[in-house]
Write a protein that binds this ligand. Structure first.
Ligand code: NAP
Length: 280
């Protein structure tokens, strides 16, 4: 490691943020690539977000990730926003430019799509209808990712039906809202099922969804990563479906951010995956 190489700081800004696994991921890549720098937790209360963002260049940060509750609010506080982040309506990555201005990106859509490609060689969004369960913040990134990947039909269902309808209207075809009561039948003919709700997370009830109508060739994805195998994924695996868990999305959304800050494309290794899993 060259001692005269610039020391780069990055981090994750959230409130609360202590639970974040991002420092494990980025500090692993910093060490693996022999870089000088560190990725730190940045606990920032919502009322301090603007001041904290403007402090990044002053403190020598190359950028940061944003997590709950800052992803949406940051959109109006930054200087430039990439089209993908603008369509999603949320920023998960800030890059400090050479002139000190702040650019907002969203790498969640990329992370999700790449996690499906990693889980199933040759996966294509055009294989058939996708069913997305949940219409919260993460669902927006997943829908944009699926549209850009070439999805021909996206059936969106949410407990609060109006949110699914609003989102379907905003994005237009191929997104269509399906009533919550019809979610079980909506799986008929689908090639992909994605849970984007918090149901199935550690401490939450399992997602209430019957898989009977889902074709055997379908891929079942859950973006939750604690636990790694949610009740939905366990049921899917027992029925013989291929599955993708949320760790793949978490790791893949981190890759473009790391490359933007540190100038090195990091790799996903078994060692890193094991390291993250040891934190659960
Ligand atoms: P969010 O904006 O709060 O949305 C939560 C979603 O869960 C909403 O659609 C909500 O429906 C639904 N929901 C909550 N309780 C429910 C219940 N009892 N029955 C049915 N639906 C219910 O949260 P988010 O940011 O989208 O995150 C959602 C999940 O994704 C979290 O578990 C988060 O950890 C995970 N996530 C993972 C990654 C990753 O990298 N793997 C990235 C982002 C998020 P209503 O609209 O009806 O309330």
């Amino acid at each position: 490691m060259a001692v005269d190489a610039p020391y780069k700081l990055a981090g994750v800004m959230g409130w609360p943020v202590a639970h974040s696994r991002s420092p494990v991921i980025h500090n692993h890549w910093i060490a693996e690539n022999g870089l000088r720098g560190a990725y730190v937790l940045l606990p920032v209360q919502p009322q301090n977000l603007e001041k904290a963002l403007r402090s990044l260049p002053v403190l020598g940060f190359v950028g940061c990730n944003l997590t709950i509750p800052h992803k949406v609010e940051a959109v109006r506080l930054i200087d430039h926003i990439e089209p993908m982040a603008s369509r999603i309506g949320a920023v998960n990555t800030i890059v400090v430019e050479a002139d000190g201005s702040l650019t907002g990106r969203n790498t969640d859509a990329y992370g999700f799509i790449q996690s499906l490609r990693d889980a199933q060689l040759g996966w294509t969004a055009a294989a058939g209808p996708a069913v997305v369960v949940g219409a919260g913040g993460a669902a927006r990134a997943i829908i944009v990712g699926l549209i850009d990947a070439g999805a021909t039909e996206i059936r969106l269902t949410n407990r609060s039906g109006a949110k699914a309808q609003d989102m379907a209207q905003e994005f237009g075809w191929p997104v269509q809202a399906v009533a919550w009561d019809d979610r079980h039948d909506a799986l008929g003919g689908a090639a992909l099922l994605v849970n984007t709700t918090s149901q199935g997370m550690h401490g939450e009830a399992p997602l209430d969804l019957r898989l009977d109508s889902l074709p055997v060739q379908a891929l079942v994805a859950d973006i939750i990563y604690v636990p790694l195998e949610t009740p939905l994924l366990a049921a899917a695996r027992q029925r013989g479906y291929r599955t993708a868990n949320g760790l793949g999305m978490l790791l893949n959304q981190a890759r473009p951010a790391f490359e933007a800050w540190f100038g090195v494309a990091p790799i996903l290794s078994v060692a890193l995956s094991d390291r993250i899993q040891a934190t659960f």
